[in-house]
Design a protein around this ligand. Structure first.
Ligand SMILES: NC(=O)c1ccc[n+]([C@@H]2O[C@H](COP(=O)([O-])OP(=O)(O)OC[C@H]3O[C@@H](n4cnc5c(N)ncnc54)[C@H](OP(=O)(O)O)[C@@H]3O)[C@@H](O)[C@H]2O)c1
Length: 267
């Protein structure tokens, strides 16, 4: 009897994280996209924090991003995830979880020691980002630590991982270029980003980030992976477009004419 009840609770718990959470995330992503793209709302940090109240950027980013590293790490140990299955094939879901954690290790503990922004992150924005990283860390961690897959030679895994690493490289390269610009401008003020994918798009860091998570979603072929990729696009896409308009307004005819906002040669 108790065994049946526990079994049922476990089934509901799995359905909550593997179906309902992604569905809710996709729905909130649609709302965020509409608000940012069509109503003109902007997340209040960086150049758009008009109130100038909040936590210093390095501390805020560390607090908000680190759950996406620690929650999956906890789940790997809690679920006793194995690197090989019974036929000695690599557990590709664990590989994907390690890629996810690698990204968030950089974002939480390396990126934050390097940014020199004097802009602050609004408290509410910081809290919402923390909740998102916690929920997303659990959603991605739950699926990839519970379900064992051995897809190493499947087309979607190989293609997805290749796209992920391309995006990871572009994201870090673009972050580095912006960090350098921020240092050159002494913590405030904005210059025209140059080099790398910035030659093609104004929001090269966001382009790299979107590539990463769509690659991850293809490799994972799961609803949680798709939900996170869509949310990243819905969140960073319109913000990247706002950055593009910001540069065009600020630099006028000095701003490269052929540069697009987010997707090279397209948008
Ligand atoms: N997965 C997701 O949903 C998600 C969401 C948001 C961000 N991210 C990632 O997090 C990272 C940071 O994002 P972000 O929104 O802070 O990016 P951002 O607005 O491009 O700013 C990045 C950093 O560079 C500085 N900077 C930007 N443009 C500059 C310029 N033209 N001249 C001088 N300094 C400049 C910013 O300073 P200021 O702070 O003073 O503006 C900030 O320190 C990116 O890699 C992004 O992909 C991911």
């Amino acid at each position: 009897m108790i065994g049946d009840a526990l079994h049922l609770i476990k089934a509901y718990w799995n359905e909550l994280w593997e179906y309902w959470t992604p569905v809710i995330m996709i729905s909130i992503g649609i709302i965020v996209f509409v608000l940012e793209a069509f109503v003109g709302m902007k997340a209040e940090y960086g150049r758009y924090n008009k109130k100038k109240s909040g936590l210093p950027a390095p501390i805020a980013w560390l607090i908000q991003e680190c759950p996406a590293f620690f929650v999956p790490l906890f789940l790997i140990f809690y679920n006793g995830v194995k690197f090989f299955d019974s036929s000695n094939s690599i557990n590709t879901n664990l590989v994907l979880l390690m890629l996810f954690m690698m990204h968030y290790f950089n974002r939480s503990f390396i990126y934050t020691t390097r940014i020199r922004s004097k802009n602050v992150v609004n408290y509410l924005e910081n809290f919402l980002a923390f909740v998102f990283c916690f929920v997303n860390g659990y959603q991605i961690g739950h699926y990839h630590s519970r379900i064992l897959k051995s897809d190493f030679f499947e087309w979607n895994f190989m293609l997805g991982v290749a796209i992920f690493f391309t995006g990871f490289y572009i994201n870090i390269d673009s972050d580095n270029r912006l960090i350098k610009l921020r240092k050159e401008s002494n913590g405030t003020g904005y210059k025209i980003p140059k080099g790398g994918m910035f030659e093609y798009v104004s929001a090269a860091n966001y382009f790299g980030e979107c590539l990463e998570w769509f690659g991850f979603a293809i490799a994972s072929w799961s609803l949680p992976g798709l939900a996170f990729a869509w949310f990243t696009l819905a969140n960073t896409g319109p913000r990247g477009y706002h950055h593009h308009l910001f540069y065009k307004e600020k630099f006028g005819s000095d701003y490269p004419k052929n540069r697009k906002a987010l997707i090279p040669f397209l948008i």
